[in-house]
Design a protein around this ligand. Structure first.
Ligand code: GAP
Length: 486
């Protein structure tokens, strides 16, 4: 059982591997740094999270539609969006260890250490100085701060640093000849631009009227300098983004709306509100007039899971300028053409997946006076659980497996079901607890006589007798999206 947050996090990571949720990519070749694969249960959980987001954003809002744009896009898009020139991290190398670090991350780690040691004044001063240097993109000042605060390389232990340089986070690759002669294309670093460049297509083909939104779930790629904390910061990850197009001047009211709506989405799964907080950005990107992060308390502190940004008309105006195509909407209510303003909601699917695992994971001590006992359990919301129920014949004989198969075949048309007849019933219950299956259906000798089964509930471990004919309704009710979305 975990004694502290570090241990808890380690246990979650090994649990994720042991039960087929997340594996290191290319593991048999010693892995590929900051790239992960989702296993058989991870893929199910991830799909259920996507469904939850898609239903909440697209299905529940008549004025939001979803698209699926390509990962490769015209390279000019990234020039227009500012990613070619400005999507950089300041980095520094240690000449002895040859290790590369993000300069701001080294400073942030130092700030955390000052805070831990109760040196609040020093922490605040360094935070202020770092923010100023980042805002002014003053790279020599960042290096000076690293030196002044005597930050050493965690590997070599020395202070033998290079200068701080900007490092672009986009991956590029070559494609067959492009019209303008250049064949370099980028792997998209955000899904948002695929939405912006389809603004007119969707607006016209869907006869959308402002305000309306376009949502999308998809892969994004960033060559992160330091990747750490498991699937928290990856080089290949997934985003669930929505751009909401509004009339200029109304953006702050929509910003407030989406800030509240998105937090409600997080809390609807039953997570304690204490685990969440808003973090308003004091330093705004040049295109934003308001921005906030929704942060969750991970074992390593409060960290961003989702960003809500008021992006003004920056992106559409840039694409209008770079493509030469008008990115405007004629608003019949005010009889005017304008470039819409945009409120963006952007959540990292992998970060939310990690949040879900951490928040649901519990190592329970079930020991009694005469017996030591424990279990690992994932208290996943039933709508998110990979398996909705498991069918378990009490023994492998006397016709019980056949009866269990009958039930399985009936239920699997509607629900993702598990079937298990190996090991004792106690061990099988524990296995299902560990992967978050909300209910186990046990078929015993009485089932053959009266067509009833035992339902065993994951969280309370309570059992009840239920008619087989009732199972479908009962499970449907318990796993229904209605429990969260309405
Ligand atoms: N379109 C806006 C945008 O991309 P962002 O704050 O850079 O904004 C949005 O990213 C979300 O994507 C973050 O809140 C985070 O959850 C997720 N994210 C960003 N970089 C990530 C990475 N390297 N690995 C995993 N998730 C990441």
């Amino acid at each position: 059982m975990a004694k502290n947050n570090d241990e808890l996090f380690k246990n979650v990571i090994s649990h994720a591997k042991e039960y087929g949720f997340v594996f290191q990519s290319s593991e048999i070749y010693d892995g590929l740094s900051a790239v992960y694969d989702y296993g058989q249960l991870g893929a199910e959980l991830k799909n259920n999270i996507k469904t939850y987001w898609w239903k909440a954003m697209v299905q529940m809002n008549e004025n939001i539609v979803g698209i699926d744009s390509a990962i490769f896009m015209h390279p000019k898009i990234w020039k227009a969006s500012g990613h070619v020139d400005g999507f950089n991290d300041p980095m520094i190398d240690n000449k002895d260890s040859k290790k590369r670090y993000r300069a701001d991350q080294l400073l942030e780690d130092k700030i955390s250490r000052y805070e831990k040691d109760g040196k609040t004044d020093k922490a605040e001063k360094l935070q202020h100085d770092m923010d100023e240097a980042l805002k002014a993109e003053d790279l020599p000042r960042l290096k000076a701060l690293i030196e002044e605060h005597e930050i050493v390389c965690p590997v070599s232990g020395t202070r033998n640093w290079t200068d701080v340089r900007q490092f672009n986070l986009m991956f590029s690759t070559q494609m067959g000849a492009m019209a303008d002669g250049s064949d370099e294309v980028y792997l998209r670093p955000e899904t948002a631009q695929g939405i912006f460049v389809n603004f007119l297509n969707v607006q016209k083909s869907g006869r959308m009227k402002i305000p309306f939104g376009i949502a999308q779930i998809g892969k994004a790629f960033r060559n992160e300098v330091i990747a750490r904390q498991f699937i928290m910061r990856m080089r290949e990850f997934e985003q669930m983004e929505m751009q909401f197009f509004v009339r200029p001047g109304t953006e702050m009211e929509w910003y407030k709306h989406w800030k509240e709506t998105r937090l409600k989405w997080h809390l609807a799964l039953g997570t304690s509100p204490d685990k969440y907080r808003f973090h308003d950005h004091s330093k705004l990107a040049h295109y934003a007039n308001a921005a906030v992060d929704i942060e969750f308390e991970f074992p390593f502190g409060f960290k961003e899971v989702e960003g809500i940004h008021s992006r003004t008309d920056f992106d559409l105006s840039q694409h209008q300028e770079f493509s030469g195509k008008k990115m405007q909407f004629f608003d019949p209510e005010i009889n005017q053409n304008y470039v819409p303003y945009v409120i963006e909601t952007s959540i990292g699917l992998d970060r939310f997946f990690l949040l879900t695992l951490i928040n649901s994971f519990e190592e329970q001590d079930l020991s009694t006076a005469d017996k030591q006992d424990s279990r690992s359990v994932l208290h996943l919301h039933p709508a998110l659980a990979p398996y909705k129920a498991a069918v378990l014949p009490l023994t492998k004989k006397d016709g019980l497996p056949e009866k269990a198969r009958e039930i399985m075949n009936r239920l699997k048309l509607d629900f993702n079901m598990a079937y298990d007849e190996k090991d004792s019933i106690g061990k099988r219950y524990r296995r299902q607890d560990a992967i978050g299956t909300p209910f186990c259906i046990t078929v015993d000798h009485q089932s053959l006589e009266d067509n009833t089964v035992t339902i065993r509930h994951r969280d309370s471990m309570e059992q009840e007798r239920v008619a087989i004919d009732e199972l479908e309704n009962m499970i449907a009710k318990l796993v229904s999206w209605k429990n969260i979305l309405s």
